[in-house]
Each structure stands twice: as C-alpha cells, then as structure tokens.
Design a protein around this ligand. Structure first.
Ligand SMILES: NC(=O)c1ccc[n+]([C@@H]2O[C@H](COP(=O)([O-])OP(=O)(O)OC[C@H]3O[C@@H](n4cnc5c(N)ncnc54)[C@H](O)[C@@H]3O)[C@@H](O)[C@H]2O)c1
Length: 301
C-alpha cells in the first residue's frame, strides 16, 4: 500500500517509520526541507537502536529507509496513495486547508486520516467531498513504541472505512481503539482534566510538585507524575486542549487553571522551553523542581 504522511515533525516521522517498517511505500511530505532531513535522521537513529536491541536486522533497517521518499510538494507526494495521514501542526485553519487540498488531489477512494489531538474530525471531514472517508488516527508519542491508535469516527465516517483503518492499524502491530468524535476524544478528555487537577492542587498549595507526582506514581502506578507528563507534552499544548474541552462542552469543570495560563504566558512551556514544573537546564536527566515551586526559595506563583 502507498501511504502519504503530511508533516514530518515529532509525530510524522514516527508514523512514516512504522508504515515503512511494515512494508508500505511512504511519501513523507513537509513544507520544510530541514524538517524532512531531520525526520530521516531521527528515523535512521531510531532504527539503529532497534538493530542494536536485536528487534530488527540491519537489512530490515535499510529496507525501511528505502520505503520512504521525501517530498516538499503535497501534489507530487500524494500521487497514487490509498491512505493519507495528516500530522501537520495543530492549527484548525491549516488542517482545513490541507484537507481541501488532499480532497482535490487524491483518488476518490483514498482514505484521509488526521492525527489531530483535539480538532473535530467531523469539522475536518465537512470541508471535503468525502466526509465518509475522513477519520482520526491518533497515534501516541513516541509512535514506534506506543501500542495505541485511537481511531476516531467523525459523525459521517462510514463503517467500512472505520473497519479498514482498524485493520490497517493492526497490521502495523498496534492496538486500535474505536471512539466517537467529541471534544478531546477519550485520551485527552480523561488525561487533561487529571493534569489540570494536579496543577490546581499545586496552585492551591495542597502539596508540592514532587509530592503530587509521587502520589500518582507510587499510589496509582503511573510511570510518571501528571506534572512531569504535562512538561513533556508541553504546557501550551495542554492549555490548548483544555480550551477545546472547555469550549466544546461549555462546562466550567474544564476551565484551565490560572497557574497553567500564567506559565504559558511567561513562556515556561515545560521540557521544550527548558522550564515548567521542573527545570531542564541541566539536560533533564535528573528531576529538579523549577525554582518557582521550590520550598527553599521564596515561592512565586
Ligand atoms: N507531539 C505529540 O505528542 C502528539 C501526540 C499525538 C498527536 N499529536 C498531533 O500530531 C500533529 C503533529 O504534531 P507534532 O508534535 O508532530 O508537530 P511538529 O510541530 O513536531 O510537526 C509539525 C510539522 O508539520 C509541518 N507542516 C506545517 N504546515 C504544513 C503543510 N502545510 N504541509 C506539510 N507540512 C506542514 C511543519 O513543518 C512540521 O515539520 C498535531 O495535530 C498534534 O496535535 C501530537
């Protein structure tokens, strides 16, 4: 099968990697040549690690890489593809523009999937002439490692297309889970209120950063605490998803904590900016609580 992956950032390179590793011809498309080159380096490095671990052979690595072709033009990249998976920047107008383009360029049978974390699949489908063939394939980060694909049925997505996408996901060695298209789907509808509640607990001084994360790690067997996870996801991304839940349901229980809003406004976005609930200036290998939340320093939040 030929698959077009639109966007070669964090998610796009992982999605291209798994499709290529499972024998599909992949057209990896990005407007940025630098992003494409970086993606190929990341994929090659991740395949090297798999070879070292013995999970694939050096020959399989080469075959996987040779299955991927890079394009900076959507028009050229999508020629002859049976499935397009969009993983471009999370921005409604951009996604609508890309889907209008995909709809006009792809064969009428091509399934158009989006990896969006929070934008309505129904809304994306509504700008195409084929809303029955528009669906969410929500891969998790890092894609080659994480088993789940949240398969999101838009209001008009057909049963046949849903079955096909569930089947395609299984063939990638993933475990697909079908959910309906409502704000946050399932993953973020449950995860983000938990993260927001952890931030509220900190904001109300119920406990400190380490204490909150320790309770959830040791008490609930979560691999990392909610505040550390928020830093990894990016606090701006968490805020944007909470806004989608808040707007979509109109329920005050989803209102983002003012502390989260303040941190995003101040540019403390978590790991990617060097500071969030923890301080990553030392490389992030050791968990160090950010100075704003340290008890030995006057607290300023
Ligand atoms: N990062 C995560 O943990 C995660 C998890 C699940 C889903 N998602 C979703 O995946 C999507 C991509 O997220 P990401 O973290 O990989 O973003 P990213 O910023 O790492 O990558 C986005 C890429 O899209 C490219 N792009 C922008 N406009 C484009 C266009 N018109 N045509 C082609 N490429 C274009 C950019 O150049 C960039 O390389 C988003 O919808 C996001 O919500 C992200």
């Amino acid at each position: 099968m030929k698959v077009a992956v639109i966007g070669s950032g964090t998610m796009g390179n992982g999605i291209a990697h798994v499709f290529a590793q499972h024998g599909n011809a992949v057209a990896l498309i990005d407007i940025s040549k630098e992003a494409l080159d970086k993606a190929m380096k990341t994929i090659s490095g991740n395949l090297d690690r798999m070879v070292t671990k013995g999970s694939i052979t050096a020959d399989e690595k080469e075959k996987t890489l040779s299955n991927i072709t890079l394009y900076t033009s959507i028009k050229e990249g999508v020629q002859g593809c049976s499935l397009a998976v969009e993983a471009a920047t999370e921005n409604l107008e951009l996604k609508l523009k890309i889907f209008r383009e995909l709809d006009s360029l792809c064969d009428s049978n091509t399934i158009l999937a989006t990896n969006t974390s929070s934008i309505s699949v129904t809304k994306i489908g509504s700008v195409t002439q084929r809303p029955d063939k528009v669906i969410g394939m929500h891969f998790m980060n890092p894609v080659p490692v994480m088993k789940l694909v949240e398969v999101i049925r838009g209001y008009s997505t057909s049963d046949a297309v849903t079955e096909q996408v569930l089947d395609i996901s299984r063939k990638l060695g993933k475990i697909p889970t079908e959910v309906n298209d409502y704000p946050g789907f399932i993953a973020n509808r449950i995860l983000m209120p938990m993260i927001n509640e952890a931030i509220y607990s900190l904001y109300e001084s119920v406990a400190g950063v380490e204490e909150i994360d320790t309770v959830m790690k040791l008490g609930m067997a979560h691999p990392m605490g909610p505040l550390q996870l928020a830093d990894f996801i990016g606090l701006d991304v968490c805020l944007a998803i909470l806004k989608v839940l808040h707007d979509g349901f109109g329920n005050p229980k989803y209102a983002p904590c003012p502390l989260l809003v303040n941190m995003v406004t101040a540019g403390n976005l978590g790991k990617k900016s060097g500071s969030g609930f923890y301080d990553y200036s030392g490389g992030g290998k050791e968990l160090v609580v950010a100075s704003n939340f340290r008890k030995d320093i006057s607290v300023n939040h």
